[in-house]
Design a protein. Structure first.
Length: 456
């Protein structure tokens, strides 16, 4: 079956037609004959489908059935969200809350949550995704024995315990089809799941969702342990993920051993680095173990100027999240000293230095909409209007390009709409220059993966 997309702008040239067959672009020109399925582009730009190079698909699906509190604004508003959720559920039913931060209602503990939800097991996830706070009913429901190292039963705090928590709660997994549809509506044709807890069972669930068309995007999966790609290519295996936390950093020898283990698997390494301390340790480990093209720094939340040369010399790619500047910028402005703010989620200085950079969402910990990330990369302005790192701004075309690289080579291999390329495409409702004046997912008219329309 063929698909011809008519009257589109390709690489700045208007009035072109693009013919697709067997999942690839086979011809581009102004006068292609009619035949097969056709889609009228109405003069809009046809660009490569966008790639989210760092996302958490199960977390994003779970967020859809959770109680979000990012915008609750006050302690009373936070309490009201939980009360509303409790009123809608029978006693004993779980309540899952996401997006909490201490600026909302302070350092929560088990007793605080007992007062907020005395009849329901309640778990509240910190905005960073690294911490859960559980009330007494939640702890009782989880049972005792085989507690993970990060569980503090007295306070109800659970650090980095997602896999253990998931195994104990045993809820039916939320559907993935709404996530696939939401991403397709943004023009996303490929994602890299960056979950360190990914295992064979989770990978197979994602593979089945892809085979069924519920997750039409091409999938690349990171993991903290060995992972095998299926024969049918339902997903590709990505880097080995190394998760760092400032409060429990591994020693250098242990870190170097993890890199060596990844090399045995013939996989690059992706290191979670939000703080300057985490980045310093990561750089030291790569200096000792040796880095390879494809090794990545995830987030780059704080990158001191003196670290930029090391990133370039080690050929490390930075996969960052521009939307954090908008979504969390007001908190950064309140908590980060003015002289340190230029180090936050750098873009332009890295690109100017020749450091490979790609963009992503880190959803559900920020919006999954890449166009919001593009707008944030251009503006570098918080939700409340505070400018953060104006020198790190990039223009909209450069910001878009950070989402257009190959999933296997973010920051290094750009994808193009050319004959022979995979037909993973995003059709906009206007020429590209016009669409980028106000980046928005509303501009996406259609999304195509492997020559098949999955949106529009």
């Amino acid at each position: 079956m063929t698909l011809t997309i008519r009257d589109v702008e390709v690489a700045g040239r208007p009035g072109l037609h693009v013919r697709i067959a067997a999942g690839r672009i086979v011809e581009i020109g102004p006068g292609l004959p009619r035949g097969g399925e056709e889609l009228d582009g109405c003069g809009g730009a046809l660009i490569p489908g966008l790639c989210d190079h760092h996302i958490h698909l199960f977390g994003l699906a779970a967020q859809a059935v959770s109680v979000p509190v990012e915008d609750a604004l006050t302690p009373a508003g936070f309490a009201a969200r939980i009360a509303e959720a409790a009123a809608a559920r029978p006693p004993g039913a779980w309540i899952r809350v996401t997006g909490y931060h201490e600026t909302l209602a302070g350092e929560l503990n088990r007793a605080d949550l007992d007062r907020l939800a005395p009849r329901h097991p309640l778990r509240v996830q910190h905005q960073t995704g690294s911490l859960w706070i559980l009330n007494s009913l939640a702890l009782a429901a989880l049972g005792e024995g085989d507690d993970p190292p990060g569980l503090e039963r007295e306070t109800g705090r659970l650090w980095r315990g997602d896999a253990w928590l998931r195994s104990r709660v045993r809820e039916s997994p939320p559907p993935l089809a709404p996530i696939g549809s939401r991403l397709a509506a943004c023009g996303i044709t490929a994602v890299t799941d960056a979950s360190v807890t990914m295992d064979a069972e989770g990978a197979e669930r994602l593979a089945e969702a892809h085979r069924a068309g519920h997750l039409p995007q091409r999938l690349t999966l990171m993991s903290g342990s060995p992972l095998e790609a299926p024969a049918d290519g339902a997903f590709a295996v990505g880097p080995v993920k190394v998760l760092l936390d400032d409060h429990s950093l591994p020693d250098l020898d242990d870190f170097v051993a993890r890199i060596a283990a990844a090399r045995v698997q013939r996989r690059p390494v992706a290191v979670h680095c939000v703080t300057a301390g985490e980045l310093a340790l990561a750089l030291a480990a790569f200096e000792t173990a040796g880095s390879r093209v494809g090794d990545r720094i995830e987030h780059g939340g704080v990158i001191p100027a003196e670290a930029i040369d090391a990133l370039k010399r080690l050929k490390l790619t930075v996969v960052t999240q521009p939307a954090f500047i908008h979504d969390r910028g007001d908190r950064y402005a309140a908590e980060v000293a003015p002289q340190d703010r230029p180090d936050l989620y750098r873009l332009k200085s890295l690109l100017d230095a020749g450091v490979p950079v790609a963009a992503s969402s880190d959803a559900p910990y920020a919006t999954s909409d890449p166009w919001a990330g593009i707008a944030a990369a251009v503006a570098r302005r918080s939700r409340g209007g505070v400018d953060l790192g104006a020198a790190e701004r990039v223009d909209a075309a450069r910001a878009l390009s950070l989402y257009l690289d190959a999933p296997s080579a973010p920051g290094r291999v750009a994808r193009r709409v050319v004959p022979g390329a995979l037909a993973d495409l995003c059709l906009l409702d206007a020429p590209l220059a016009q669409a980028l004046r106000a980046p928005s997912a509303a501009r996406v008219r259609a999304t195509v993966v492997g020559g098949v329309r999955v949106h529009g």
